[in-house]
Design a binder for this molecule. Structure first.
Ligand SMILES: Cc1cc2nc3c(=O)[nH]c(=O)nc-3n(C[C@H](O)[C@H](O)[C@H](O)COP(=O)(O)O)c2cc1C
Ligand code: SF4
Length: 769
């Protein structure tokens, strides 16, 4: 069986959300909402040359005949020799690498927006929204000191709000014991209105209505953050992350929190905010009152029905309305908690009706709590628009606008959701982290230029979990908005990037943006490298979108590409006067030396996913399978095998998920149903993989085939590496200043590779000196 036929055997679907999708009919947005809509190749790949366990496709054809570039249909001679390549360069030079070539300018003058519903106005309370795009509330883990915004937060919000109609500042605490993180806005201190005014001003300065999320975390607050035991409606522990039982709130304390929400709204209005978003979802305090599982109270804030348990939320909304009648009041609710004993859709509808009666001007419909799967932030194979069915349900039951949120990444899907009447506006979170120009690109009909979010949360929410500031795996500029924009190089250098994976593509893109003369050589017949390998596993298929985005950007920037071209030795450089060589040749699995490989068919991850034969020359995985490794690659491979119908065990010397965030780890494990053990493989037998635990005890994991996913070793050609192995770069044997980046330097995540590529390239002029 080949790799592709394995994947066709998909039989076990472990992950069951979303429930059967309900379709919502209707082509126009209802007028009560104030809307006025304007209207696998069989050919061996070059990369197989180095890795194949049994089959070693030759590069001869690629090297001598050249390959068709996948980028524009133009023919680029491959490395038959430098002369040919340079000839290719010369022909392409006229395409204008310092700006788009004639005929390649993507922006166009549009008489009407490409997404007419998305760019139509909407009324929320007393506010006129200029379009239907909102910045979803996101904490950042940076930019606030003692609850007041610093320059970093102002610059971040200015960048993220650009073009949106309503931009919401992430979770902001109404009381000290309700803080979910350290670096957030505080709304309880007396000086809060003054302290937060620059934040409202920053958002308003780019034309968006400033909104701030009012929250209290209740039992989902860490004692490490607040320095005391968290409080909640009842002494029931949260499902995940916070490990201690909360202290039940006394009646008077509940009433004080209601007052605190009102006072926070007053401060918000004093700061210049036009709207507030009351956080009634995600398992925070208002949701804890709503759910029977967390609210066992017998006073007026408890009760057997959702109507009774919604009292706290209603009083909060009324207090906010009363304290600041001029504010638009948005309420975030869960359409479902996505846990068996949490709020279900029917409960959410009741709560939404009650909250609308209490004064909500609009709802953001989200889902999930700390212990749910999917989590509040959809990832892996959670679908585009993951929570839109829930938004549609709520929308049918309330008379105010509903904002849909949850992995809405493409303008097309936002427009479709509006057209189908599933929501009245969209909330974008990670899409605006990945590309702060999302709105402008959508508005101008340049959606193919939007840098896609890859939804692994490694660079954003995954960091928050460890108390770190967010950035973004595909956009390392997140959190660095205060850095002055880099000037184009005064003296452009000639940069040769070898390797077209994420690090190489980012290096080439950044170097071209900075005005350098860039050539990118990739031995495979397409760009993407490790992205394509990862994209073959479940939940990461959208990584091909990132590869596609880079292709488009590199072409637009005039980077000269040579596909199917191996640059492995100094002779390949001889005829090319490059000032800088960037080695981004990635890494490969380097199986440990073990006795007994002859007993069972074994594949490296690359061989398996690229459809090559096993160490036995066979093509079929045989059940059961042991995957050696415990990082993200191993988890993704195990899930791939599992989805193919195989029983899987993971054996890892390190912690399972050692190189992933806790969120990604949990997402994988919840989908996997695999045995995972921690120990060292000692040998392979006919019965399976023998392993030793930390005490030296010996066991056997039953297996009839083995996949080796770890360890990874850098795969940079030694002949081109900097002399003396200098880590930060230096001249190589050919005298060309050379740096190694990404996995070729040290195997890490895609985000690390991209961030490093950018950093190294930005330092290029310094290297010249
Ligand atoms: C880094 C990060 C921080 C977040 N912080 C908040 C928050 O403070 N309040 C909130 O209601 N949701 C928060 N969310 C959830 C988002 O608002 C949004 O509902 C979720 O990410 C799904 O939307 P998306 O797929 O467009 O990112 C956060 C999400 C991320 C990625
Ligand atoms: S870090 Fe990843 S999930 Fe988060 S916004 Fe960036 S690409 Fe998306």
């Amino acid at each position: 069986m080949t790799a592709s036929s394995v994947s066709q055997r998909t039989s076990s679907v472990i992950h069951e959300y979303p429930p059967s999708s309900r379709t919502t009919s209707g082509n126009a947005l209802p007028t009560h909402r104030g809307a006025t809509p304007a209207s696998s190749s069989a050919e061996p790949t070059a990369s197989g040359h180095r890795s194949g366990t049994t089959t070693r496709p030759t590069l001869t054809a690629a090297r001598t005949a050249g390959r068709q570039s996948t980028l524009s249909g133009r023919w680029i001679p491959a490395f038959a020799g430098m002369t040919k390549w340079r000839a290719g360069m010369t022909r392409l030079r006229g395409r204008g690498r310092r700006g788009p070539a004639p005929g390649h300018i993507h922006c166009r003058v549009v008489s009407e927006p490409a997404y007419p519903l998305l760019f139509s106005p909407l009324r929320v309370g007393g506010l006129e929204l200029r379009n239907r795009i909102t910045l979803s509330a996101m904490t950042t883990g940076f930019g606030f000191s003692e609850g007041a915004p610093e320059a970093e937060a102002l610059a971040y919000y200015r960048a993220r709000s650009r073009g949106t109609a309503l931009a919401t500042v992430g979770f902001s605490a109404v009381a000290p014991e309700g803080r979910v993180e350290n670096a957030i806005a505080w709304l309880w201190p007396e000086g809060a209105a003054e302290a937060l005014a620059p934040l409202a001003e920053a958002i308003a300065s780019v034309g968006a209505h400033p909104c701030i999320q009012l929250g209290h975390g209740g039992r989902q607050v860490s004692p490490d953050v607040i320095g005391e035991t968290p409080t909640a409606p009842s002494a029931v522990r949260a499902g995940a992350h916070v490990r201690i039982a909360p202290r039940p709130l006394r009646l008077g304390e509940v009433e004080e929190i209601v007052v605190a929400f009102g006072r926070a709204a007053e401060r918000a209005v004093g700061s210049g905010f036009a709207a507030v978003e009351i956080h009634g979802g995600h398992g925070y305090l208002i949701q804890q009152f709503l759910a029977a599982e967390s609210n066992r109270r017998t006073d007026r804030f408890g009760g057997n029905s959702v109507v009774e348990r919604s009292r706290f939320g209603c009083e909060v909304i009324e207090a906010v309305r009363k304290a600041a009648p001029e504010l638009a009041v948005v309420v975030r609710i869960n359409g479902s908690d996505l846990v068996p004993d949490g709020l279900q859709v029917s409960d959410a509808l009741v709560a939404a009706e009650r909250f609308a009666e209490a004064g909500a001007d609009a709802f953001v419909v989200s889902a999930g709590v700390y212990g749910s799967v999917p989590w509040t932030i959809p990832l892996l194979d959670d679908p585009e628009g993951a929570f839109l069915d829930l938004a549609a349900e709520v929308r049918r039951n309330v008379d105010v606008p509903v904002i849909g949120v949850g992995r809405i990444t493409a303008p097309e899907s936002a427009e479709d959701a509006l057209r189908a009447g599933r929501c009245d506006a969209v909330g974008l979170g990670r899409a605006l982290l990945a590309d702060e120009d999302w709105v402008a690109k959508a508005r101008d009909g340049r959606s193919e230029r939007i840098r896609p979010c890859i939804a692994t949360v490694e660079g954003c929410a995954g960091r928050l979990q460890y108390g770190e500031a967010i950035s973004c795996s595909v956009n390392p500029g997140v959190g660095r908005e205060t850095s002055p924009p880099l000037e184009r190089a005064e003296v452009p250098g000639r940069v040769l990037v070898v390797g077209g994976g994420p690090a190489g593509m980012e290096a080439a893109r950044r170097a071209a943006q900075l005005g350098h003369d860039v050539r990118l050589a990739e031995r495979a017949d397409r760009l993407g490298g490790a992205l394509h390998l990862a994209a073959a596993t479940p939940g990461l298929g959208h990584l091909t979108r990132l590869a596609g985005w880079y292709e488009g950007e590199l072409e637009r920037l005039g980077v000269t590409m040579s596909l199917g071209s191996e640059v492995g030795g100094a002779e390949d450089l001889a005829g090319f006067p490059a000032d800088y060589l960037v080695l981004a040749t990635g890494a490969r699995t380097a199986p440990e030396v073990l006795d007994g490989y002859e007993h069972l068919p074994a594949w490296t991850l690359e061989d398996l996913l690229e459809g090559r034969a096993s160490s036995h020359g066979t093509w079929h995985l045989i059940d059961p399978v042991v995957v050696l490794g415990g990082g993200g690659r191993a988890l993704a491979t195990a899930l791939w095998c599992r989805r193919g119908g195989y029983r899987v065990s993971l054996l890892s010397a390190e912690r399972i998920g050692h190189d992933t965030s806790g969120l990604a780890r949990r997402a994988y494990l919840s989908r996997l149903a695999a045995t995972a053990v921690r120990g060292r493989a000692s040998r392979i037998t006919e019965a399976g993989v023998e392993w030793l635990d930390e005490t030296g005890d010996r066991s056997v994991l039953p297996a009839r085939s083995v996949v080796v996913a770890e360890p990874l070793r850098p795969d940079a050609p030694a002949a081109l590496a900097p002399r003396g192995g200098q880590h930060d770069g230096g001249p190589n044997a050919a005298g060309v200043h050379t740096v190694r980046i990404g996995d070729a330097r040290s195997p890490r995540t895609i985000g690390d590779a991209i961030a490093e590529a950018r950093q190294v390239v930005e330092a290029l002029p310094a290297l010249a000196g």
